[in-house]
Structures are given as C-alpha cells and as structure tokens.
Ligand binder design. Structure first.
Ligand code: NPW
Ligand code: ADP
Ligand code: K
Length: 498
C-alpha cells in the first residue's frame, strides 16, 4: 500500500472540497475526537492525570480545545489559550471554545508549577505564517524541557509542513514525542528537522473519501514501492545471474572507502564485486578476500555496474577514469568525489546529462555544489532540491540526510528508515555499494535507489534495536545487517520466478 504525502496547498484544497459537502464543523469534531482518543492511549488506563493543552488562535487551537473538552471528563485539564489579535475565530473554533469553556477544564495564562503527564500542542498547524515569538515562543521553550509525552496536533507548532524546516531564522518548534496529523500525511514530518520534531506520526483521514484526494506530492518510501523487484534465488542460479559491480575510487590514502562499498555490494547479493583503485592500491582485502582488487586504469568499465567516487580524489587520473566510465554503457551510481568533480566541470555535467542511466547520491553539501547554491538553501526545501538535481542531471537523485529524498522526473519519495547512528564516516560508501548491487541484480534505477536507501536505513535501525548504536555504530557493521534485512524482505515479499 502506498503512503502519500500532501503539500499544505493540497490539504487546504481537500479540506475545502470535503467541508463543502458536510455540516459546518464536522471535520474539526472528527479531528478533536481522534486526537482525544490518541491522547487517551498515550495516557493509558486510569483517570485524573494532569494534561496541559496549548491552544493557538486559529483552527489548530480549535482542535486543541475539542481535545480539552473530551479529556476533561476524565483528566485534570489545564488550557492556555493564546487568542492572538487577528481575525475572529472560525465558526468551528468558536464552538470548540464554548465546549471547552463548558467543560471542567481550567483556563489560565500561566504554566502549572509541576510538569504535567501529557502536553497537547495545538498552538499552530498548517496556518503558521512566521516564526514563533512572544508568549508562544516562551511556552514552546518551556515544554521542550519537559520529559513527559507531547502530542502535536496536525504538526509540531513551528515546523513547516511542506519542508520540515523550523520556521525562522532563529526559529523554534515543539519537540513532540507523537504527532497526529489530519486529512493526509505531510512531507515536512519526515525529512529535514521533521523526524526530530514530529516523533511518531499517526495519520487520521477524517473519513474524507479517497476520490477527493489529488495525486500526492510525494510518497513515503516503504518496501511496497520496490517489492516487485525482490526475488527469491532460483535453484539453478549462478554468480553470473546476479551481476558484476565495480567500486571505482580509492585514491592514495583512501582505499577504505571503495572497500566499504565493495563489501556492501557483496553482502547485498551482487554476483562478482571489484574494487577498482585510481592509484595503485592493495592486492587484496584480507578481511574480504572475495572482493577482486584492480587498477581502475586497466579495468574494462563495460563489464560491470559502476559505483563511482568513494575516496576517488581529484587527480587527473580520477577525471580520466570518470570520463571513461561515462563512455561505457554501464549503469552508474555516482557518489562523493565523483560528484565534486562533476560539480566543478561543465563538460562532465554535459556528458552525464547526455548519457543518463545514473543514480546520484549527494549529501547536502555535495548537492549544494552541484546546484551552485548553499547548504541552507538546499535544506530549506529538500524535495525541491532533489527534484532539481534529477531534472538538471537526467538522473535519479538521492539527497541524503535525515529523511533522504529520492527524486526522478515527476516522482518524489521520502525515505522512512535510518537513524543518527548513520552520521559517521563511510556510511555513504555503504549506501552507494548497496545501490550498485541492486542495479547489478537487474533492478531499475528508481527501485534500486528507493530499495538501497530503505535497506541502508533499515540496517542501521536493526543494529540500534540490538544495542549496536546509534553511538558508535560503524559503517563496516552495516553490510551484514543489510544482508539480514534483505533476506527477510525477500522471504516476506518474493514469489519465486526463476
Ligand atoms: N477547518 C477545518 O475544518 C479543519 C482544520 N483543521 C486544523 O486547522 C489547522 C489550520 O488552521 P488555520 O488555518 O486556522 O491555521 P493555524 O495553524 O491554526 O494558525 C493560524 C492562526 O495563527 C496565527 N499565526 C500564524 N503564525 C503565527 C505566529 N508565528 N505567531 C502568532 N500567530 C500566528 C494566524 O493569525 P495571523 O496573525 O497570521 O492573522 C491565525 O490566527 C490545521 O493545522 C488543523 O489543525 C483540522 O481540524 C481539520 C479540519
Ligand atoms: N541523522 C541521520 N539520520 C538518518 N540518516 C543519516 C543521518 N545522518 C547521516 N545519515 C545517512 O548516512 C549516510 C551518510 O553519507 P555521507 O554523508 O556520504 O557519508 P560518507 O561520505 O562519510 O560515507 C547517508 O546515507 C545519510 O542519509
Ligand atoms: K500543532
């Protein structure tokens, strides 16, 4: 099943169309009821717990007041309602104000002296137009220090639902442990700062019929998007069935990078794996003797899927190898130094665009160099940056980081796996090796990128679940974990086809 992500403009459109066919206020009734149920689940069995409800001036505040009215029957509810000095509340918010006012909830301007058992964040949702300031900012500052669960309504106040950026210069947002988001899921909850601030995300469609939803802006990447490429191995398979991968890089002093990529390719099922060194490198890898070490200069680039860039350096030999690789018809994964060489060379850019058949895997700095912009601009709208990379270089673009964005043509996906254990040197080399391995096994570019990124993150998640990381997780531990995750996926999804 697909997991769509909608822009704020799309959510507004869906809300308008749905509301036109319903009694006024029904959608807020449903949002308030669903959020109150979610809050009750977080509180667990019992009654009389202290719940702090922060309600803003708009409809997000209306949702929060509905939650307050529902919860007040069982819990000790305190409401801080920031009314703002803008327009009058909407019909549904005015009704929510009345309902909460008629309940046993206590309204106050001051935070309670003791930390509550649960905070409901209904300050701002998709109507946030500027950074938090004044009292709103003070409240967020304080609740961000609490240790109790924080349930954000629709999205954490202060976050941009489209981009996952904290609105601001010098902005602030609620750090929620849970977010219940209404009508449809939003990209900003899953990329950039979104994963940090949104916590666990639950989506409530408010019973709006699917035919009122437009095509999604993006999809959250799950194995359903690449399951059709997962295949059990036929009994009669041989190593030639699973393709050749060559990791091309490893300038003097950087031999570890291609070795990590090569191990990742091997452990995720490539038939034969080469490490092709730009400068004279090791004769063999004593830890992984299955990897065949070669000098890139003499390697026939037409015989393997090529992963270009890990530890490649910037020497004339590196450029020569890159040019030769571009002249081959082999599928390419382009990473690290290869991306920097391309960023510096209009000629390489033109050749890449003309040849196609490539996955680019930049981190935000590499993406900024390729696009001729700064990292903050790339990060301010990661979906747009990935889309632009894909269009400009005629490739599948993988913009790495928390909530990696994968883009090609009109398609955009946001990855749902991974954790900060991956923030350590060499994990990018492993990702490039996995993508190369899947390509070599016959996966199309788009699926190899989606699957490679998902698997890489899931491998890190598996290690963390087993107590290996996030602190101290090493890139070299990922390939074995990726192997386990891939075999599990194949058992779950694959039908034997050979
Ligand atoms: N309608 C429905 O049926 C449904 C609606 N739903 C809910 O509605 C939410 C959207 O509601 P919304 O459009 O009212 O926007 P919301 O996020 O409450 O904020 C707008 C208010 O904040 C103000 N403001 C903005 N920025 C500010 C700042 N930095 N600092 C201070 N003030 C600031 C702005 O006033 P301004 O000063 O800009 O005029 C305005 O008053 C959505 O996220 C979902 O939760 C769901 O229940 C589904 C059904
Ligand atoms: N905080 C994080 N959460 C999730 N994934 C992360 C995080 N930090 C880094 N990663 C992932 O780790 C990898 C790092 O790649 P890269 O920066 O190229 O590292 P290197 O060049 O050292 O191998 C990417 O796949 C990236 O998406
Ligand atoms: K909110």
């Amino acid at each position: 099943m697909q997991h769509p992500l909608f822009s704020v403009a799309q959510i507004r459109g869906i809300e308008r169309t749905a509301a036109a066919g319903l009694e006024p206020g029904i959608l807020m009734d449903r949002a308030g009821r669903a959020a109150a149920d979610h809050a009750a689940d977080l509180l667990g069995p019992g009654t009389g717990r202290a719940v702090l409800v922060l309600a803003g001036p708009g409809n997000n505040g209306g949702d929060a007041l509905e939650v307050a009215a529902h919860l007040a029957a069982r819990e000790q509810v305190t409401v801080i309602h920031l009314r703002g000095d803008g327009a009058q509340p909407s019909f549904e918010t005015a009704r929510a104000i009345e309902r909460a006012g008629a309940s046993s909830a206590t309204f106050t301007d001051a935070l309670p002296s003791a930390e509550p058992d649960l905070v409901i964040d209904g300050l701002f949702g998709i109507g946030l137009t500027r950074p938090l300031e004044g009292r709103g900012r003070e409240l967020v500052d304080t609740i961000n220090e609490y240790g109790c669960p924080v349930l954000a309504l629709d999205l954490p106040s202060g976050l941009d639902a489209d981009t996952g950026a904290v609105v601001g210069p010098d902005g602030i947002a609620v750090r929620a442990s849970h977010t219940i988001t209404f009508i449809g899921d939003k990209p900003g909850l899953h990329t950039n700062e979104g994963r940090e601030y949104a916590g666990q995300v639950a989506v409530v469609g408010l019973d709006i019929s699917q035919d009122q939803f437009p095509p999604a802006t993006a999809l959250l990447s799950t194995p359903d998007l690449f399951a059709h490429c997962l295949r059990a191995r036929g009994q009669n398979a041989n190593k030639g069935t699973f393709g050749n991968v060559a990791i091309v890089g490893g300038a003097h002093g950087m031999t570890g990078a291609p070795m990590l990529g090569a191990r990742a390719a091997l452990f995720t099922g490539a038939g034969r794996v080469f490490a092709a060194f730009v400068d004279p490198g090791p004769a063999y890898d004593s830890t992984q003797p299955e990897v065949m070490c070669r000098l890139a200069g003499g390697f026939d680039f037409g015989t393997a899927t090529l992963v270009l860039g890990p530890g490649m350096g910037h020497s004339p030999d590196a450029v020569r190898d890159l040019l030769r690789a571009f002249e081959s018809a082999s599928p390419l994964v382009i990473d690290a130094d290869a991306l920097n060489l391309i960023a510096n060379s209009p000629d390489l850019q033109q050749r890449l665009t003309q040849r196609g058949n490539a996955i680019l895997t930049p981190h935000p700095l590499e993406a900024a160099r390729l696009l001729g912009m700064t990292v903050p601009i790339v990060q301010a709208d990661r979906l747009a940056a990935a889309h632009e990379l894909a269009a400009r270089f005629n490739a599948v673009a993988v913009l790495k980081g928390s909530g990696t964005v994968i883009a090609h043509g009109d398609q955009v996906a946001v990855n749902s796996t991974g954790n900060p254990g991956l923030a350590t040197a060499g994990t990018g080399d492993v990702l490039a090796g996995i993508c190369g391995s899947l390509l070599a096994q016959g996966w199309p570019l788009w699926e190899a990128a989606l699957g490679g990124v998902w698997l890489h993150g899931a491998a890190a998640d598996r290690l963390v679940r087993r107590g290996i990381g996030p602190i101290g997780l090493t890139a070299g531990e990922l390939p074995l974990a990726a192997r386990a995750v891939l075999n599990e996926l194949v058992r779950r999804y694959a039908r034997r086809r050979s």
